[in-house]
Ligand binder design. Structure first.
Ligand code: ADP
Ligand code: ADP
Ligand code: ZN
Length: 235
């Protein structure tokens, strides 16, 4: 399988990898797909078995907004409008993140990369072995996003109709009792996010496909079936 080049920034890779379940050729993974495709849901399910930490640029940006940092203040106006945050802001965040100790064996990127310049920048700083593209038709996206909520304590992802908590009001994963909804998860912003996906992100699929590392997964099915297919693609 082709490996997207390149040199590694940060600590040297250890010769023995922590991952045992998966193939030796696995490096970083990119979870790719439209907003609401199920990237975060699947990342949470496969992160343990791959040994790779989930790195979500959306979560990092929301944390920066909540903390009121300069990056957060700059990003907020784009996020509220359903537009992509400028590439350089994202690339700087990722450069810092992948220098952290837990990233030494690679990471599972969720919602990054989203543009060709982001992918080119990533290729210069780390190796991507698999791009998992979760495909969901546009007509499903609005219902998915408008019903989304997450555990305020552990971040587990739920849906009003498709994935409610087993016990009402109590997180299945951590028992937490508080939940939150994203400010940008509304029908108006979803349309802009979908447009940004089709014009700016979708062309990146071709780019990764030409590198031979692009795996298409039908995301319009049960969550478990999708997880099984992703695991098969990574093996
Ligand atoms: P993304 O990270 O790609 O934006 P999420 O993982 O947050 O997507 O999923 C969006 C919403 O759709 C969440 O409410 C989630 O519970 C729900 N969802 C995820 N996968 C599926 C699926 N296969 N079928 C139905 N709903 C799903
Ligand atoms: P989604 O559920 O739409 O996949 P994310 O949590 O990944 O949502 O992203 C939320 C918002 O954060 C996006 O609409 C965009 O404004 C910004 N964002 C997240 N990741 C990126 C990225 N890689 N490039 C540019 N903007 C990003
Ligand atoms: Zn929880």
């Amino acid at each position: 399988m082709a490996i997207l080049r390149s040199s590694v920034v940060g600590p040297a890779r250890p010769t023995v990898k922590a991952k045992t379940v998966y193939a030796e050729h696995m490096e970083s993974i990119v979870l790719f797909g439209p907003p609401g495709a199920g990237k975060g849901t699947q990342a949470q399910r496969i992160t343990e078995s791959t040994g790779l930490p989930q790195v979500s640029t959306g979560d990092m940006l929301r944390a920066a907004v909540a903390a009121g940092t300069q990056t957060g203040m700059e990003a907020k106006k784009y996020m509220d409008a359903g537009q992509l945050v400028p590439d350089q802001v994202i690339i700087d965040l990722i450069k810092d993140r992948i220098q952290e100790n837990d990233a030494v064996n690679g990471v599972m990127f969720d919602g990054f990369t989203r543009t060709i310049p982001q992918a080119e920048a990533l290729a210069n700083i780390t190796t991507v072995s698999h791009v998992i593209s979760i495909e969901v038709p546009d007509e499903r996206i609005v219902e998915r996003i408008c019903g989304r909520y997450t555990c305020a304590n552990c971040g587990a992802v739920y849906h009003d109709s498709f994935k409610p908590t087993a016990e009402e009001g109590k997180c299945d994963s951590c028992g937490g009792l508080e939940f939150k909804r994203r400010a940008d998860d509304n029908a108006d912003t979803v349309m802009s996010r979908l447009e940004a996906y089709h014009t700016q992100t979708s062309p990146l699929g071709e780019w990764y496909n030409s590198k031979g590392i692009f795996h298409v997964i039908d995301g319009d099915r049960a969550i478990d079936q999708i997880t099984d297919d992703i695991i098969a693609a990574l093996k």
